[in-house]
Write a protein that binds this ligand. Structure first.
Ligand code: ADP
Length: 458
């Protein structure tokens, strides 16, 4: 086994990533709540990093909604077209198809993106025989990027995130752009609502558990929404009828853009940020979500290699530098889950992962160190997300609050949920019981429920 001195050196490198002190989280909570207030106030909204967009969704569904609704889901790894059948007694039937968004479209011209979405929609409708004459199919557009909504079916893109950079879309009404592309194809579809994925997640979860007031995504990116009282939303420009509440899409991934997280950021976080397509943006997201976690782990491994503390003598040849270990993005976040699933001394998953990234015959110590790094990075992420939720739960301040959660990081990481809950137990007021509930198909069922709720109103 390694010399105790190298243990100490490794701990020294990892020290900056530890966030085990609850008081540190309490400071972050205060600063997040301050940023939320800045986002909600008209005077400070333009420069606030946490935008707190009002979504125009005023209530959750109660299960009485019925009908056929189409949904498009754009905002992460996959693009999906869905048909949702809302049946009596809260029954739901769902048909969907996944389509690929080629990299060239993600980085290309905006009009091509929307044309592509309409093409996929048309293909899906043809296959499902959705062509009843005279029927105009309502559609919910799950579009999971920061948007300033001006109504339920009107929303201007603030900025792209998660690797998209299509030109000519920022500041434009994305619902209008989609509708133009749809109308060009002569398909009888009306986009009725723009739905953020967090909102869909909240809606889908509330359908089953009426205590749900928060939606959280932990996937490619991270974001949250919650039900806010209208009198706390200074930027609200809609009516003040009952219910006097509205779902706020926080866009909390941008927390820290105004340097509020500098005291806990490490050089690895800075490097991840600088090599991203949106430097200086989405600082909170880059410390938490799936798009970045694996890369943080990889950068720490490289640092330890340079200090001769990891994989000693195992990557010296020039050929080695072509392996995933030495390639940006070469260590996937799913590897973090896999490595952390190893228990005991066998490290079978970890060995498989290390082989995948180009390390053959790692030592026991190598495996233990890599697992240690993964645990520290994912725990930091879970505690940051947990602290954010604690702010919302305390603010809602009801006896029971359920959080609907979706995203592969939350779903598949072996202890993300537990680590969140552990820190939240200390941060949430003692008079509140909270529940983290996996929410399924927010972007399908949730989007359909949002449309149904809107149709019921109109
Ligand atoms: P979306 O792109 O809509 O957020 P997901 O919720 O599936 O979709 O999130 C995808 C992200 O989740 C990927 O970027 C990847 O980083 C991460 N991910 C995928 N599989 C796993 C896993 N097994 N463990 C942890 N993270 C994962």
């Amino acid at each position: 086994h390694r010399h105790p001195e190298s243990n100490e050196q490794i701990e020294k490198v990892l020290e900056a990533l530890r966030l085990d002190d609850d008081d540190k989280l309490r400071v972050i909570m205060q600063s997040l709540e301050r940023e939320m207030e800045l986002g909600l106030s008209p005077a400070t909204h333009p420069t606030a990093d946490v935008k707190m967009f009002a979504t125009y969704v005023r209530s959750t569904a109660d299960g009485s909604e019925t009908g056929q609704v189409l949904a498009l889901d754009l905002g992460g790894t996959n693009f999906r077209v869905l048909l949702v059948d809302l049946l009596p007694q809260s029954k739901v039937e769902l048909t969907s198809k996944i389509f690929v968004i080629p990299q060239s479209i993600m980085l290309g011209e905006g009009s091509y993106l929307f044309r592509h979405l309409a093409d996929c929609l048309m293909e899906f409708m043809n296959k499902e025989n959705l062509n009843k004459p005279g029927v105009r199919y309502p559609l919910g557009f799950t579009f999971s990027f920061p948007c300033k909504q001006e109504g339920l079916a009107s929303a201007r893109l603030s900025t792209w995130t998660k690797g998209f950079t299509c030109s000519g879309v920022v500041n434009e009404d994305v619902v209008k752009m989609l509708q133009v592309a749809i109308d060009e194809k002569n398909i009888n579809v009306q986009c009725v609502a723009l739905v953020n994925d967090t909102v869909g997640t909240l809606m889908a979860c509330a359908y089953k558990d009426p205590n749900t007031e928060i939606g959280l995504i932990l996937g490619t990116g991270t974001n949250a929404c919650y039900m806010e009282k209208l009198d706390r939303v200074g930027t609200w420009d809609g009516d003040y009828n009952d219910p006097k509440q509205v779902i706020i899409n926080m866009e909390w991934g941008a927390f820290g853009n105004n340097h509020r997280l500098n005291h806990i950021r490490t050089k690895y976080d800075e490097e991840v940020d600088l090599s991203s397509v949106n430097p200086g943006k989405q600082i909170f997201e880059k410390m938490i979500s799936g798009m970045y976690m694996g890369e943080i782990v990889r950068l720490i491994m490289l640092d330890l290699i340079h200090q001769n503390l990891l994989f000693i003598g195992k990557c010296n040849g020039s050929e080695d530098f072509k392996t995933p270990l030495f390639t940006r993005g070469g260590f996937y976040t799913k590897y973090v889950s896999s490595v952390e699933m190893d228990e005991g001394i066998g490290f079978s998953n970890t060995r498989r992962v290390l082989e995948d990234i180009g390390i053959r015959n790692p030592s026991y110590d190598d495996c233990a160190i890599v697992q240690h790094i993964c645990k520290i990075v994912s725990k930091r992420a879970a505690r940051l997300a947990g602290a954010g939720l604690a702010v919302l739960i305390n603010r809602i301040n009801k006896p029971n609050v359920t959080v609907g959660v979706d995203g592969s990081l939350y779903r598949y990481h072996p202890r993300f949920k537990r680590n969140m809950e552990k820190c939240m137990q200390n941060l949430v007021s003692k008079n509140i019981k909270f529940l983290l509930q996996l929410s399924n198909d927010g972007s399908g069922i949730g989007a359909a429920l949002t449309v149904a709720a809107a149709e019921a109103l109109s």
